[in-house]
Design a protein around this ligand. Structure first.
Ligand code: NCD
Length: 326
């Protein structure tokens, strides 16, 4: 039997990604991790291609990570920021996208504060028959597929299987703690971790995680202890105060008292538990500095490094789908 080939031209959501597609991403990422370890960490794979980075919302690591990934693949990059663009002159988002298309853009990486904008641009690219691939780099409270993929790669790399595979997470207990309500990272992670067969537990105050999330096959806790009990991995999420349109929390101090990750609380987890955080982290709120900076406990810097290789894999796979005309 021949193994299936990557077909997608866009990466907008992880909701319907099949296990074999995750495996292709994990394997391709592993090969780019090897490229990045070379003295000259660059390959000519996307030479002559244009990758446009459209970040309508602020970002440090995701934007830089995509830009570096594109450059490591030898693509040319176009950077778009709303503050310095013609959006200030009344141009619509679709017209901005069309301007970039007219400059022969091959791949567009889009972050927007409203859910669905990358989908809309992808639909327009398809309607115009452009063959351009669109990547969702975080849309509102909806999804952040490449963050979940880099988290997945980081988790699957922990048991040193070569190449990392979904199988290593089957039956693992993973707790996701914090502001689930406003988090696109949580939703994308739930899709990928459930596809891997992991046991996912969400914990946070009832205002920030409701029982409805259980429909996605996860367990919801309003107390931290049962979520942490025997967990193999714990992912802390930032309180997204910029998306909170009402008062969801009495105070950050109160939040930390109930849900902050401390060394003492983590003793409930499996010995050797590892902590993840997508960043930016608020030290002393989601987790203590002592936990975040402990290399025995924290996978935060591995997440950032793996982010470049995962995004190289995604740019590469989507650009190939375009070449084969799918
Ligand atoms: C996340 C995001 O922007 O959704 N960060 C990221 O991409 N590294 C999470 C967050 O902002 O808290």
């Amino acid at each position: 039997m021949t193994s299936p080939q990557w077909q997608r031209r866009h990466l907008l959501s992880l909701q319907d990604l099949a296990p074999w597609e995750y495996e292709i991403i994990l394997q391709t990422t592993a090969s780019f991790v090897e490229v990045l370890s070379r003295p000259t960490p660059k390959v000519p794979t996307l030479q002559g291609r244009v990758v446009a980075l459209l970040f309508f919302e602020s970002s440090t690591r995701t934007r830089n990570s995509f830009e570096l990934a594109a450059k490591r693949l030898s693509a040319d990059t176009l950077n778009f920021s709303p503050g310095t663009s013609a959006l200030n002159k009344g141009e619509t988002i679709l017209d901005t996208a069309k301007t970039l298309l007219a400059m022969n853009t091959n791949l567009m990486v889009i972050r927007h504060q409203y859910s669905g904008v990358p989908h809309q641009i992808a639909q327009e690219c398809d309607r115009l028959g452009t063959g351009v691939g669109v990547i969702n780099a975080g849309d509102g409270q909806h999804e952040h597929p490449t963050q979940a993929l880099l988290d997945l790669f980081t988790l699957c790399s922990q048991n040193h299987a070569k190449p990392p595979s979904l199988a290593s997470l089957r039956g693992c207990k993973i707790a996701i703690v914090g502001d689930i309500r406003h988090s696109r990272v949580a939703r994308s992670n739930i899709y990928s971790l459930r596809a891997a067969g992991a046991e996912v537990h969400l914990a946070g105050p009832p205002t920030l995680v409701t029982k409805e999330w259980q429909a996605l096959g996860v367990q919801v806790h309003w107390d931290l202890a049962p979520a942490l009990q025997s967990a193999h991995f714990v992912m802390a999420l930032r309180l997204q105060t910029e998306r909170m349109e009402q008062h969801f929390l009495p105070s950050l101090r109160e939040y930390h008292r109930e849900y902050g990750l401390t060394r003492e609380r983590l003793s409930l987890c499996q010995p050797g538990v590892k902590i993840l955080h997508p960043g930016p982290a608020n030290r002393g709120v989601e987790l203590t500095s002592d936990v975040m900076d402990d290399p025995e406990l924290s996978l935060v810097s591995q997440q950032v490094s793996n982010g470049v290789a995962v995004r190289m894999a995604v740019l590469y796979l989507l650009s190939r789908a375009k070449l084969t005309g799918s």
